[in-house]
Ligand binder design. Structure first.
Ligand code: KIV
Length: 275
C-alpha cells in the first residue's frame, strides 16, 4: 500500500522509525521500493551526485521534474517527496505555491520539501493550504552554502541551538508534516524531536530523530568527491562498478565478449548466398 503523510505521522506516534533515501531515477527507486523503504526524496543533491555541480544552486525546476517523474514511476509504495530547487520558493509565496504544484502535477510526487525555518513559514502555510504536504528542512541547508560560508555543522552555540529549536516549532506551526534536521548535534536533534509532534528526519543528526535519510550514492560508496562524517557506507559499489567496467573493457579488447551465448544466429545457407 502506498505510504502517505499519515504513515509518517503514525510511525512517530507508534515510536516506529522512518527510513528514507534519496533517489533520482526509475531503476534505483524500484530497488528501494522493493526493499520497503518508507520514503524517497528526489533531492536537489542531484545537482552534485548526478550532474557533477559543486553545489545545489544551479538545479532547475525542469531538472527536478524530470527526475521526480522517473522516481515516481519506480516507487509504488514509498512516499515520494520532491525537493524545491533554489529560487523556486524564495521569491514570493505565489511563486512557491505555483512551483510546488508543478512538482506534484508534472512530477507525480506526493509531497514537496523546502529549506529554511521562520523565513519560509508563509510559503509552508500557503503550499499546505493548497493541499500539498510540505517537508521542512533546517540546520545545514545546502542552498544557503554561500551564506553559511561552507558546508558546516549548525546549532553548536547556545544562540544557534535556540534558533533551531524555534525554527522547528515554527515550521510545525506553519503546517509542515515532517522536518529534515541536517548536520546538527545529536543532543539538540533529540531535544527538537521530543519538542515537536511532527516527525524529524535526521541526516548527520544522530539516532534520536524519528527517521533517517542518506544520499544513496554516499551510502553505497559511489560518490568519491566528498564523504561527510555522518555517512555510513553500506557497500562499495563505486569500486565494484569500476572493476566491472575494467573487466568489460578487457573482454572487448581481447574479443571474449560477446561470446556464443550473447549472439543471434542465422543459418549458414542464408549467409553463404549473400557472399
Ligand atoms: O537534496 C537532498 O538530498 C537533501 C537531503 C540531503 C536531505 O536535501
Amino acid at each position: 500500500m502506498k505510504n502517505t503523510v499519515s504513515t509518517f505521522r503514525n510511525k512517530k506516534s507508534n515510536n516506529e522509525k522512518i527510513s528514507m533515501l534519496t533517489a533520482y531515477d526509475y531503476s534505483t527507486a524500484k530497488l528501494m521500493d522493493n526493499a520497503q523503504i518508507d520514503g524517497i526524496l528526489v533531492g536537489d543533491s542531484l545537482g552534485m551526485v548526478m550532474l557533477g555541480y559543486d553545489d545545489t544552486l544551479s538545479v532547475t525546476m525542469e531538472d527536478m521534474i524530470h527526475h521526480i517523474k522517473a522516481v515516481s514511476k519506480g516507487a509504488k509504495n514509498a512516499l515520494v517527496v520532491g525537493d524545491m530547487p533554489f529560487m523556486s520558493y524564495q521569491v514570493s509565496v505565489e511563486n512557491a505555491v505555483y512551483n510546488a504544484g508543478r512538482l506534484i502535477k508534472e512530477g507525480g510526487c506526493q509531497a514537496v520539501k523546502l529549506e529554511g525555518g521562520a523565513t519560509v513559514c508563509n510559503q509552508i502555510k500557503a503550499i499546505t493550504n493548497a493541499s500539498i504536504p510540505v517537508m521542512a528542512h533546517i540546520g545545514l541547508t545546502p542552498q544557503s552554502v554561500n551564506a553559511f560560508g561552507g558546508f558546516k555543522v549548525q546549532g553548536k552555540s547556545e544562540d544557534d541551538a535556540k534558533r533551531l529549536l524555534q525554527e522547528a516549532k515554527a515550521v510545525e506551526q506553519a503546517g509542515a508534516f515532517a522536518v529534515v534536521l541536517e548536520c546538527i548535534p545529536a543532543k539538540l536533534a533529540q531535544l527538537i524531536t521530543d519538542s515537536i509532534s511532527i516527525p524529524t528526519i535526521g541526516i548527520g543528526a544522530g539516532a534520536g530523530c524519528d527517521g533517517q535519510i542518506l544520499v544513496y550514492q554516499d551510502m553505497l560508496g559511489m560518490y568519491s568527491d566528498f564523504t561527510p562524517k555522518f555517512v555510513k557506507k553500506y557497500s562499495n559499489l563505486g569500486k565494484m562498478m569500476t572493476n566491472a567496467f575494467k573487466e568489460y573493457i578487457k573482454d572487448v579488447n581481447n574479443s571474449s565478449f560477446p561470446s556464443d551465448e550473447h549472439i543471434f544466429k542465422i543459418s549458414d545457407d542464408i549467409i553463404n548466398k549473400l557472399y
